[in-house]
Design a protein. Sequence first.
Length: 291
Amino acid sequence: MLALQILIDGFAISSLYALGATGFTLIFGVSGVLNLSHGAIMVVAAVIAWWVAEAFNTGPYLGAMAGVLASLACAFVTYRVIVRPIQDSRAIPREEKEIFVLTSTLLWGIMLQEAIAYLFTSNPKTVRPLIEGVVPILGVRTPLNEVLTAALSWAAIGLLYLLVNRTRTGKSLLAASMNPRGLTLLGFELSRIYVLVWAIYGVLAGIAGVLLGAFLGVSSDNAGLLTASAFSIVVLGGLGSVSGSLIAAYVVGYLETMTAYLVSPSIRTVPVLLLLVAVVYVRPQGLLGRR
């Protein structure tokens, strides 16, 4: 029975990790930005969803929509106010812009984290589940919200796959990740593509944040851990590889779940960090990374 519980819970949390890491990977693959405010943006989505539902008694669905919109707004601010001015700056040497972006997004994430703690306190917040009740799965009583979390996570990933591989706009995103200069020669404006990819990222991070808030609950203190988890997954899977991130998300999710159930929840991230060190040492490009 414990094995089945680990299997079911691990699948749900891994699906959620996969959704969060997909957005993180998409941003790096297309625009070359490692957004270290990722965890804070997810927390913003969850906390706003909780606040709107509780303060205005709107119900979970309108609260969830407000959380996703808040994440989308944070993503746009991150790009337009934090990232793009650095990328366009002539005062910063080209070879130093990457470290400036890393530092700036990290500081921006800390600012968001502190703002959440100031406005809403650092106490854990649990978003109202989108669906109530439990369902038996192979004899294990599982909350319907947990099943919905996995289903919505994969639905969002599936829609992203269709967008990238079945539409002209999506194929331009794919081309931007491979040869941005060649894309500009074909008449595409990279600035519009970057705005689009940050918008997609904002929606994905918002959905992941709201689902996480309903599944496990969040607080401002979780921002750094969420960023670290996404970064670990992306490095394990390979920077810029969405398929690698999906595989790595399940490795991380199940490893954390087994550690929490079989050892202690307080050290659930330790085996993942050890695995990350081993992978970086043996295969620096990650499981499916190209660079």
